[in-house]
Design a binder for this molecule. Structure first.
Ligand code: HEM
Length: 192
């Protein structure tokens, strides 16, 4: 039982977070080695764009858009935020002059860790809800309908609700700090 908990929940979490940090360090070292540090300065832009694109999941969930399968969009959310966070980490690792970017970076990291925790709570509730599938099958629902119902059942599961009460304010704090940081750079460049 305990061994399966470590295998199913702790190991993937460590791999996902560890690979983010290790990849950041490798890219950072390479950029310094080949005197390409200037690239890092600009990586903040594609990183932000990737994180913004990841919100298609949230928009789908809140019915602002109709296209895309929720499950696929959630995988996209996880992948794009991982890649976006990587770019922002490299961007931040190279030059941090002020307190504001540090705060924005810290909230991003907390956001990423919280996201990864949510992913495993979700997987856990999915496994738990597998039993529910039997019930739907007995009701004679189609396979596609059942998949859809189970997906939303899993995200509304009680633990997920509690987790969301943490993840959403963290996302908001990250958004506010990130936007303030970006605006302050625009001011610095005299764009506004
Ligand atoms: C920059 C980092 C991130 C931000 C700003 C962010 C933001 C959000 C937001 C705002 C939601 C709520 C969607 C909604 O209810 O409308 C959400 C949900 C979620 N995120 Fe993230 N996230 C980040 C990183 C991650 C990462 C790295 C993962 C996992 C690898 C992840 C996994 C999830 C999961 C599983 C959900 C829950 C799905 C649900 O409750 O419907 N997030 N995220």
């Amino acid at each position: 039982m305990e061994r399966s908990l470590i295998r199913k929940e702790v190991t993937p979490f460590l791999i996902m977070f560890g690979s983010l940090i290790v990849t950041t360090m490798i890219i950072d070292t390479l950029l310094h080695q080949f005197e390409l540090v200037w690239i890092g300065r600009y990586l903040g832009i594609p990183g932000t764009i990737l994180i913004l694109l990841s919100f298609f999941y949230s928009m789908r969930k809140r019915k602002l858009i109709q296209f895309g399968k929720p499950k696929k969009l959630l995988i996209l959310h996880e992948t794009l935020t991982w890649m976006g966070a990587l770019m922002i980490l490299v961007h931040a690792g190279i030059h941090i002059y002020a307190i504001l970017p540090w705060l924005a970076l810290m909230t991003m990291l907390i956001n990423v860790i919280s996201g990864m925790t949510g992913k495993y709570l979700l997987d856990r509730s999915r496994r738990f809800l597998a039993e529910k599938k039997m019930g739907y099958l007995q009701q004679g629902l189609s396979e596609e309908m059942i998949e859809k119902k189970l997906f939303w059942d899993a995200t509304t599961f009680d633990l997920m609700k509690k987790w969301r009460a943490v993840h959403l304010p963290i996302s908001l704090a990250f958004a506010v700090l990130g936007i303030t940081h970006i605006l302050s750079i625009f001011l610095f460049w005299e764009w506004i």
